[in-house]
Design a protein around this ligand. Structure first.
Ligand SMILES: Nc1ncnc2c1ncn2[C@@H]1O[C@H](COP(=O)(O)OP(=O)(O)OP(=O)(O)O)[C@@H](O)[C@H]1O
Ligand SMILES: [Mg+2]
Length: 264
């Protein structure tokens, strides 16, 4: 079974003045267990909406999402990890206490909690920073804490919405390398949203390009570059060729005029 199955999902939002707005139209997508899928597309095409529907933070208007958590039933806690653009850490909690939060909420005992927190902070390269507070960390470090927190309860699925969008280009490159390493070590199923073509090509097994008006799947591109990928590889002919093709497609979907909601 796939880790995530999205079947005929559409989403209508009620606009401010009462008229309804079709944000997503008939999205169907299968995501394999352990796959790294990137949702790419211009602003407003529905990337966040689709991610939130996959994560059950939002319900679809029509269609459905099935998720296979491999038998995990973590009580009321959904076995999903979320990382957003802003780190959303609790400022009054230390790094370790932030990572421990989902474990506390799931009722995990103190000894196990502390072991798990240490393991996660080591995984994200922050073992030394466990006593620091969020304001003492750089933006990249804060996002590492967010990733550690999202992975703390060992979800099978990790959902990430532009997690590195607020970082400078160089830190972002480093974080992409780090995320790839973490993914290779943990083999989570990842759905990752970005505006950035090069970030998408660097990270993805498959890139799902969304178009606008209404949000729909425009294309799906497999990225066959070998792993682990390195920053040097972003200069390779294959990488650049793929990135150029995706940029061309973004130009295409941005320029598309309103299309009928359910045309093929
Ligand atoms: N809660 C909401 N109520 C009404 N409209 C919404 C809501 N959330 C999103 N929308 C609309 O749905 C469309 C898709 O929004 P969404 O945030 O999913 O796009 P996005 O691809 O994530 O954009 P960005 O790249 O700018 O983050 C937009 O037109 C947006 O205005
Ligand atoms: Mg968004």
């Amino acid at each position: 079974m796939s880790a995530i199955t999205v079947e005929g999902v559409s989403k209508v939002f009620a606009g401010a003045s009462g008229q309804s707005m079709l944000a997503l139209s008939d999205v169907t997508l299968d995501i394999a267990d352990g796959e790294f899928v990137v949702l790419l597309g211009p602003s407003g095409c529905g990337k966040t909406t689709l991610l939130r529907i996959i994560g059950e933070l939002e319900s679809p208007t029509t269609g459905r999402v099935l998720r296979d958590h491999g038998g995990q039933t973590a009580g009321a806690e959904k076995p999903l990890g979320f990382v957003f653009q802003e780190a959303t850490l609790m400022p009054w909690r230390s790094t370790a206490a932030n990572v421990a939060l989902p474990l506390e909420m799931a009722g995990v005992g103190r000894r196990e909690r502390m072991a798990r927190v240490r393991e996660m902070l080591t995984l994200v390269g922050l073992a030394e920073a466990e006593e620091k507070y969020p304001h003492q960390l750089s933006g990249g470090m804060r996002q590492r804490v967010s990733i550690a927190r999202a992975l703390a309860h060992d979800p099978k699925i990790l959902l990430m919405d532009e997690p590195f969008g607020a970082l400078d280009a160089q830190t972002r490159d480093t974080m992409n390398v780090e995320l790839q390493r973490i993914w290779l070590e943990t083999r989570k199923t990842v759905v990752f949203v970005t505006h950035s073509v090069s970030e998408a090509v660097f990270l993805a097994d498959r890139i799902v390009m969304l178009g606008t008006k209404p949000g729909h799947i425009h294309s799906i591109t497999e990225v066959t570059l070998p792993r682990p990928r390195t920053v040097d590889m972003t200069e390779s002919a294959e990488f650049r060729h793929l990135a150029a093709e995706l940029r061309r497609q973004i130009g295409e979907v941005q320029d598309t005029e309103a299309r009928p909601a359910l045309s093929a």
